[in-house]
Design a protein around this ligand. Structure first.
Ligand SMILES: Cc1ncc(COP(=O)(O)O)c(C=O)c1O
Length: 331
């Protein structure tokens, strides 16, 4: 697949903070106006779905999932049926649908909402997945062929999209004679981080890739993303391998929680919008950007460094429920 329309993914230099700062505009990558980092994954994931003869694609996430919305968009473009199992971490108002959930409805995706019902998110995710397997079995009995794309598109095929993304970014940087020292981005499922680290390994770059976490993770997380990176490497047929040593992940910037606005994130959204006219969002890219600003301003990133912020999109969240956007519009 090629969904890229990457004419707008240029690198932008801005804000003088003693480092040279660039943005990789994956927020502008995609089929619709509402792109983001899932598009690179979907190029590989849906190519595989079509190759496997599927006509129906299941995926998962929160009710305001960017991944689910982008999957539905890409499915529509390719004539596939999207089925979304969405956990309502923030309860949607059926009579006043917002942001991604509204777009999912406009796209006429089949939507099944799984309430938390007092459980944690992981338990509700598991419940949704089990129900979706039953659903897929029913559809297959009617002659459909289904494929299941995991939360965040996080498998080897999906992360392979970011191996290409890393190489694309290096070529763009080379064109302006810049070698990136640090690459920051917001990390959720870890699929983007895994793909970027795999890409760095394959092309042998010195850039330090910094994943800024947006949700709580248990201590199995790092091993999972190492495995994810290795399966992406295998997917593209390379013999390289990565280990935990190749990863850098910081979970100090997501509090108070996933889909809950942070003070740093809110400030970062305002700062980038008012200085450059570029938007980041309260759930992902705003927290990633806030983490990066803290690294620069606290001196953890040395002055004079070439720093790249990988903008992963998510801006529809600026139109989401109040619980998600918080007090962003207040003076
Ligand atoms: C806007 C945005 N940024 C970052 C991420 C994190 O990407 P990943 O799940 O690959 O870690 C997501 C995932 O949903 C996202 O929607």
């Amino acid at each position: 697949m090629d969904f890229s329309q990457r004419l707008c993914t240029g690198l932008i230099s801005f804000l003088k903070m003693g480092v040279n700062l660039y943005i990789k505009r994956d927020d502008l990558t995609g089929i619709s106006q509402f792109g983001g980092n899932k598009i690179r994954k979907l190029e590989f994931l849906l190519a595989k779905a079509i190759k496997d003869g599927c006509d129906t694609v299941f995926t998962y996430g929160a009710t305001q999932s960017n991944h689910a919305m982008q999957t539905a968009t890409a499915c529509r473009k390719l004539g596939l049926n999207p089925v979304l199992y969405l956990v309502s971490i923030v309860e949607p108002d059926e009579n006043d649908l917002k942001a991604n959930l509204l777009l999912d409805h406009i796209l006429d995706a089949e939507i099944v909402i799984e309430p938390l019902n007092g459980d944690d998110e992981a338990t509700a995710d598991k419940r949704a997945f089990e129900k979706s397997l039953e659903h897929a079995k029913r559809l297959e009995r009617q002659g459909h062929k289904c494929c299941m794309i995991p939360v965040g598109g996080a498998n080897g095929a999906g992360s392979a999209g970011f191996i290409g993304g890393f190489a694309e970014m290096l070529c763009q940087m080379e064109e302006i004679n810049v070698s990136p020292d640090y690459i920051f981005h917001a990390s959720g499922s870890g699929g983007t981080l895994a793909g970027l680290v795999a890409g760095k390994k394959i092309v042998d770059s010195n850039a330090r890739i910094m994943g800024i976490g947006v949700s709580e993770k248990d201590n199995t997380y790092l091993n999972k993303i190492v495995a994810l990176a290795n399966s992406a490497i295998e997917y593209i047929g390379s013999n390289e391998t990565v280990t935990t040593e190749d990863f850098y992940y910081d979970s100090n910037y997501y509090a108070p929680g996933y889909e809950m606005p942070s003070e740093g994130g809110t400030k970062a959204i305002k700062e980038l919008a008012t200085s450059e006219g570029i938007f980041v969002d309260p759930v992902y890219s705003g927290k990633g950007f806030a983490g990066m600003l803290d690294y620069i301003r606290s001196g953890k990133v040395p002055q004079g460094s070439n720093v790249l912020f990988w903008h992963t999109g998510g801006n529809t969240a600026l139109f989401a429920e109040k619980e998600i956007i918080g007090g962003i519009y207040k003076k």
